[in-house]
Design a protein around this ligand. Structure first.
Ligand code: NAG
Ligand code: NAG
Ligand code: NAG
Ligand code: NAG
Length: 462
C-alpha cells in the first residue's frame, strides 16, 4: 500500500510535469484540425514577435539588414491565412507586401536596391504571385499583386545575360557586388523560372511560357540542373564558362525548379513537365527526406555541422509550401507529398520546446529542441504547420492556386516595372548613397572576392 501510495504520488507529480511540459511544447496531431491550427497559430505568433513593421515608426515589410527575409515572413503569413483561414495578420501582410514594391512596383525599393541579388527580388515576386493565387484582395490604391509579380518578371527578363555561359541570370545584379556578379546560381534562375511558369498558368500569356521554357532549357545546359540524374547544384562560375557546378545541395534549389515544372504541367498537361516534376521530387525525397531521419526534411549541408545561417534556416520551410501547392496542382502526387509533409510536421513540432514558450529550432530530425531560436526558425515552422491543413482545404475554393479564369481578379499590367533601369547596364551609374545597408541580400555562400568587393564598395560608398 505504502509503496503504491508513493508510486501514485510520483505518478501524479510526473503527470503534472508532463502537462507543464506539454503546455510549452507544440502538439501536432495530423488528423486534428484544431491541433494543426493551434500549432500554426503558435509558430506564426512567435514569428510576428520579430516583426516591427507595424509598430509606431516602423517601416512595413522592412528588414534592412536582411531585406529578402521580409518576403519569406509575408509568404508564411499568406500560407497561414490560406491554409488555416485565420486572417488576423492580413492587414499587416497586405500593407507590407505593397510597401516594399517601391516606387516602380517591381521590388527594387531604392532603400535596398543597390545591394540586391536577383534571388532577393525574385522571392518578393513569388510572394506577390502567391497573393494573386490565394486571392488576397488588391489594395484600393497602389500596385496590384499581379502587377508586382509582373514587375519582377520584366526587370529580371531584361537582365538575361548572354555574355557568360550563353544565357541565364547572374546571382548578383551589379558588378560592384563582387564575385556573386560572375556567378550563375540555381535559385535565381529557378526562381525566375517558377515565377514565369506561375504567371503563364495564371494569365495564359505565351510570353511567360517562352521565358519559362528558355530558362529551364538553359539551366539544363549548364551544371545547375542535371536532367538525367535530376540533381541540382547551387552555383556555377561564369568566369570559367560554367564548366563546373559546386555540387552543393540545398532543398530550396529543388523547390524552385520542381514548383515551376508543376505549374507548367498543371497548365499544359504536357508529360515533359510532369517528368521534370517527378524527377526532381524523387531526388528531393531521397536526398533530404531520408528514411534514416524518419522522412523529416533536413538541409544537412548546414544542419549536420550546426552552422546554418539565417538564409539557410528558411529554405526548407519554403519547400514545404511549394510541395503543398504541387500536391494540389497534380493530384497524382498528393499522397506521397502529404506523407512527407506530415512526417516533417511532427519533426518540426518536436523541435518546438525551447525557451519555455514553444520556441522552435532548426534541426527537426532530432526529436527535440536544438537550442537555437530566431525569426527564421519560426517562419519555417509556421509554413510547415500551416500546410498540414492540406487534407481539409485541397478540394475547396480555398485550395489550389487560382488563375484569372478560376476566380483570380488581381489587376494585370504587362508592362509593370519597365521603367526600372536594367541591372547590368546600369551597374556603373547606379545610385550609391550610403554603405550601411550592404548585406541586405542573400549570401548563401561566402566568397572571399565577394566580401572584398563588398568591403571596398562600403569604403567607396561611405
Ligand atoms: C520566448 O522566450 C524567449 C526568451 O525569454 C523570448 O526572447 C521570446 O520572445 C519568447 N517568445 C515568445 C513567442 O513569447
Ligand atoms: C497592426 O496593424 C493592424 C491593422 O492595420 C492593427 O489592428 C494592429 O493593432 C497593429 N498592431 C500593432 C502592434 O501596431
Ligand atoms: C525607405 O526609408 C525611408 C526612411 O527611413 C522610409 O520612410 C521608407 O518607408 C523606406 N521605404 C521602404 C520601401 O522600406
Ligand atoms: C476581387 O475579389 C475580391 C473577393 O475575392 C473582392 O473583394 C474584390 O472587390 C474583387 N475586385 C475586383 C476588382 O473585382
Amino acid at each position: 500500500m505504502r509503496i503504491n501510495g508513493t508510486r501514485s504520488i510520483c505518478a501524479g507529480i510526473l503527470y503534472v510535469l508532463a502537462l507543464a511540459q506539454q503546455a510549452l511544447a507544440i502538439e501536432l496531431v495530423a488528423t486534428s484540425e484544431d491541433s494543426i491550427k493551434s500549432a500554426a497559430s503558435t509558430a506564426t505568433y512567435g514569428m510576428m514577435t520579430y516583426y516591427s513593421g507595424n509598430d509606431t515608426g516602423g517601416i512595413p515589410g522592412a528588414f534592412p539588414s536582411k531585406w529578402w527575409e521580409g518576403s519569406a515572413l509575408l509568404l508564411a503569413l499568406l500560407n497561414y491565412w490560406h491554409f488555416t483561414g485565420d486572417d488576423t495578420y492580413n492587414d499587416e501582410l497586405s500593407v507590407a507586401l505593397q510597401w516594399q514594391g517601391g516606387t516602380n512596383g517591381d521590388y527594387m525599393p531604392s532603400n535596398y536596391s543597390s545591394f540586391l541579388g536577383n534571388d532577393d527580388q525574385m522571392f518578393w515576386g513569388l510572394s506577390a504571385m502567391t497573393a494573386v493565387e490565394y486571392k488576397l484582395p488588391d489594395r484600393s490604391t497602389g500596385f496590384s499583386w499581379l502587377s508586382l509579380a509582373q514587375g519582377v518578371f520584366n526587370t529580371q527578363k531584361s537582365r538575361w545575360d548572354t555574355t557568360m555561359c550563353g544565357g541565364g541570370l547572374r546571382w548578383q545584379i551589379y558588378v560592384y557586388e563582387g564575385t556573386g556578379y560572375y556567378m550563375k546560381n540555381a535559385v535565381s534562375n529557378g526562381g525566375f523560372f517558377q515565377l514565369a511558369a506561375r504567371l503563364y498558368r495564371y494569365t495564359g500569356n505565351e510570353e511567360y511560357y517562352t521565358w519559362a521554357k528558355k530558362t529551364w532549357e538553359w539551366s539544363c545546359s549548364v551544371p545547375l540542373v542535371n536532367n538525367k540524374t535530376w540533381t541540382i547544384d547551387d552555383s556555377t562560375n561564369g568566369q570559367e564558362q560554367c564548366a563546373n557546378g559546386d555540387q552543393i545541395q540545398w532543398t530550396y534549389n529543388y523547390g524552385v525548379y520542381f514548383g515551376g515544372c508543376a505549374y507548367l504541367y498543371a497548365k499544359t498537361n504536357d508529360e515533359y513537365w510532369l517528368n521534370c516534376t517527378t524527377g526532381l521530387l524523387n531526388t528531393l525525397f531521397t536526398t533530404f527526406f531520408t528514411e534514416k531521419n524518419n522522412y523529416i526534411i533536413s538541409d544537412w549541408e548546414c544542419e549536420t555541422q550546426g552552422n546554418c545561417n539565417n538564409n539557410e534556416v528558411l529554405f526548407k520551410g519554403l519547400v514545404t509550401s511549394w510541395l503543398a501547392q504541387t500536391a494540389m496542382l497534380i493530384p497524382s502526387l498528393y499522397d506521397e507529398i502529404l506523407a512527407k509533409l506530415q512526417a516533417t510536421g511532427q519533426g518540426a513540432a518536436n523541435s518546438c520546446t525551447g525557451d519555455n514558450n514553444s520556441t522552435c529550432g532548426i534541426r527537426w530530425t532530432t526529436g527535440t529542441w536544438d537550442g537555437t531560436s530566431g525569426m527564421e526558425q519560426e517562419i519555417s515552422a509556421s509554413n510547415t504547420f500551416s500546410v498540414q491543413m492540406l487534407p481539409w482545404i485541397k478540394d475547396t475554393e480555398y485550395g489550389p492556386p487560382v488563375t484569372s479564369t478560376t476566380g483570380g481578379n488581381s489587376t494585370s499590367d504587362v508592362n509593370a516595372g519597365e521603367n526600372e533601369s536594367a541591372g547590368s547596364s546600369a551597374s556603373t551609374s547606379s545610385p550609391i548613397t550610403t554603405g550601411d545597408r550592404a548585406g541586405a541580400g542573400i549570401l548563401t555562400v561566402v566568397f572571399v572576392g565577394g566580401l572584398l568587393g563588398m568591403a571596398s564598395f562600403m569604403f567607396v560608398g561611405a
